[in-house]
Design a protein around this ligand. Sequence first.
Ligand SMILES: [Zn+2]
Length: 408
Amino acid sequence: MWVRFFGFLLVGLLSVKAVNAQQLQALARVDPAKSAIVENGDGGIDLQLSLSQPVPFRLFTLDKPLRLVLDFQEVDWTGFDETAVIQTEKVADLRYGIFRPGWSRMVVDLPEPLVIDYAEMKTDQVRGSAALTVRLKTASPEVFAKASGAFKSEEWAVPKGHKGIKPKTRQIGDRPLVVAIDPGHGGIDSGATREGFQEKDLVLQFARELKDALIRSGRYKAELTREDDTFVSLPERITLARQMGADVFVSVHADALSEGRATGTTIYTLSEEASDTAAEQLARQHDRGDLLAGVDLREQDDLIASVLMDMARLETGARSDLLADMLVSGIGQSIGRIRKRPHLAAGFTVLKAPDIPSVLVELGFMSNRSDLNNLLTDDWRQKVIRGVLLALDTWAFEDAAQARLLRQ
Ligand SMILES: [Zn+2]
């Protein structure tokens, strides 16, 4: 049994046609003063969200970790303060932001299995405003598990191109390489946050600059997996790269690590066994970013796992490792030095494309002061970009030579 709610509030919209058209075209605003999450008498919680106008919405719960996901047609969160809205100790945290162009999402962490009892959006006929009420009631873990699951939406689904894919024809130096640049995080998932800076913004800026440099060189085509501050799930990033016809996939991050003193540019490749605990922590952190944004990764992982068996992965793995080593020497040359053990590995979901050589570049760690300064410095970023370009040039040459050998 799948308990889900999907409200297309056509009735509500029709009944407020007195509200002028301009107001309906503007984004609905959340009114934080009239929004609250409180305990109800039955051990569950009530969520009340006040909006300046009704919007289509849907909601569902997800397991591991337990959470409630609310999607709305895009709303304006200005002034929203979760610490004021959460009025019960039962809810530790919530996140909100753009999930898809035109769609906003709010994810509420649940303390225990709570299922949706009812959800209702009421429209104020006079003012045109709307109030969404969601009541959650306690349930056994079994009932919760049965009632939970993400929506299967055609629009949002990862295209089913995963099975039986054929690796793209390898380049032999006869055409420009297509580089998929993947700025980490985005939208509801901010990534690391330090001193008022957010990882999602810093890596997007770098990705744009890298794209420009690659295109300006005349030797590459380059596209981003996200052009703006929107959320893209890890499996979708791979799908987008494939749709671009990417020859290589370069994911860009600048995470923060709580343990140890992570610092310096580091290149990661995929491995079932993590090279060290910090790499493992990073890979887990990235999956957690998706989970907290309300993505159900379990099913995706099955899809990816089935193609991991493909022989193509062996070859792709070796090509990824070569690219990582080239990046280490390219960036090392351009910025003058690189950390010890600059090439590490772990089970990063975003690197699991069996057919596209993929690497993840941690430009630096926002948790380190001097790394953060570097990230904010134009000159430093340009040096890294020159290093990446040098690495891609060398890699493309070597890779084409190997491809030609394999063809003979
Ligand atoms: Zn990151």
